[in-house]
Design a protein around this ligand. Structure first.
Ligand SMILES: Cc1ncc(COP(=O)(O)O)c(C=O)c1O
Length: 377
């Protein structure tokens, strides 16, 4: 069984081999599987008996029958029931603890899938811009694939982040500027050296890795979607992937109903929230982006229209929270036993506000994404 690629904006198809952006409009490509030809019940039985991790769902992942993935035991992260009380009393709140991935963040899922596909197609040199976690994940998976990795990071990110890249043998450039400037440098480096660029949504498979979070959640809930997910959003791969996973499971007849997706951004960098509030279908670049949540400091996302579409189609919403509140949210998760990064704290505090506004309701099952471990910074 193989898949096809289709542009998320204009719908045009693209060649599978080392695909990047749509050849027509330079927007992100999405992987499309022949779901109507697959037997959902049969797949469910297979998936349940395979070893846990993203590749248990291989029939809807970018891998062919006899190929082997590049893996470090990523995924299969805990879904922890918590009882935060207050506005969230009476809701079933679960934390998907992505800090438990090999390099400490959910970036392992996306990079695992992207490095797998590209190295199966012959790539042995990678590049990406990173706020930190993606760089560490790329470094680790490239090491596992016996490939080189060169990352471009903003010069003001914490030293601990660079230490992780160094540990896995990656090289890097510290750039005066934000992630968008790092993205430009990474694209130039790719053009000069032939390194394959695995920048967010500039190739189609990081989404595929990230979608496995939602596949795992549905499986853990007995093939049911949660009522809502609260997701700290930067480039949006996780949110777009979660929406894609829910649609694919519905198409396979394995779940019914809907999961509302709520995007949380930092008050100092909230282009998606602004666009959502304005009813727009694309976001404007955010000037003077600032937040301590490095993963959320993304002033303009190439997949803005896909993020906004996922929120709209799922009936969710978007909300901004300031850094002080995120820190409190992370401390609250700590008090519940979860070692959360500040981005996870953003999800916690956003969930409280959404419940106070009546957007999350008593009796609902709500999943908060802790996207990275406390120790990653
Ligand atoms: C810890 C953390 N949370 C959230 C994000 C945002 O992820 P996405 O690009 O999937 O929106 C990032 C991205 O760098 C991150 O490192």
């Amino acid at each position: 069984m193989t898949w096809a690629l289709e542009c998320g904006a204009c719908g045009r198809g693209a060649d599978l081999h080392l695909a990047t952006l749509c050849p027509e409009c330079a927007k992100p490509l999405l992987a499309i599987y022949p779901l109507a030809k697959l037997d959902g019940a049969g797949l469910r039985r297979r998936w349940e008996t395979r070893a846990p991790g993203p590749w248990r769902y291989r029939e809807i992942m970018p891998i062919r029958e006899h190929e082997q993935p590049v893996t470090l035991g990523e995924g299969a992260t805990p879904l922890i029931p918590v009882e935060p009380g207050g506005e969230l009393a009476g809701l079933d709140v679960l934390v998907k603890d992505e800090g438990m991935n090999p390099t400490g963040s959910f970036k392992d899922r996306g990079m695992g899938a992207a490095v797998t596909r590209a190295s199966l197609d012959g790539v042995d040199h990678f590049t990406a811009p990173s706020a930190g976690n993606a760089g560490a994940a790329l470094a680790a998976f490239a090491a596992r694939a016996v490939a080189k990795a060169h990352v471009f990071v903003p010069s003001d990110i914490p030293e601990g982040v660079l230490r992780r890249c160094r540990h896995y043998g990656a090289t890097w450039d510290a750039v005066d500027g934000l992630i968008d400037e790092c993205g430009r440098r990474s694209a130039e480096y790719s053009a000069e050296t032939g390194a394959f660029n695995v920048s967010t949504l500039k190739e189609p498979y990081r989404i595929e890795g990230k979608k496995t979070m939602m596949l795992e959640i549905a499986q853990a809930l007995g093939w049911r979607l949660p009522d809502a997910v609260v997701y700290p959003t930067g480039g949006g791969t996780g949110l777009i992937g979660s929406h894609k996973a829910a649609s694919e499971l519905r198409a396979l007849g394995l779940v019914s109903g809907n999961c509302r997706l709520y995007s949380v951004q930092a008050a100092g960098c909230a282009p998606i929230v602004d666009a959502w509030n304005a009813g727009a279908s694309a976001a404007s670049a955010w000037a003077d982006a600032h937040t301590e949540a490095w993963g959320l400091r993304v002033p303009s996302a190439i997949g803005d229209f896909l993020i906004l579409r996922a929120i709209r189609e799922s009936g969710g919403g978007a909300i901004a929270v300031d850094d002080g509140s995120m820190r409190e949210g992370a401390r609250e998760l700590g008090s519940l036993g979860v070692g959360a990064a500040i981005e996870g704290g953003a999800a916690m505090v956003a969930a409280r506000r959404l419940a106070a506004r009546g957007e999350l309701k008593t009796g609902e099952t709500v999943v908060l994404f802790n996207t990275a471990h406390l120790l990653t910074y």
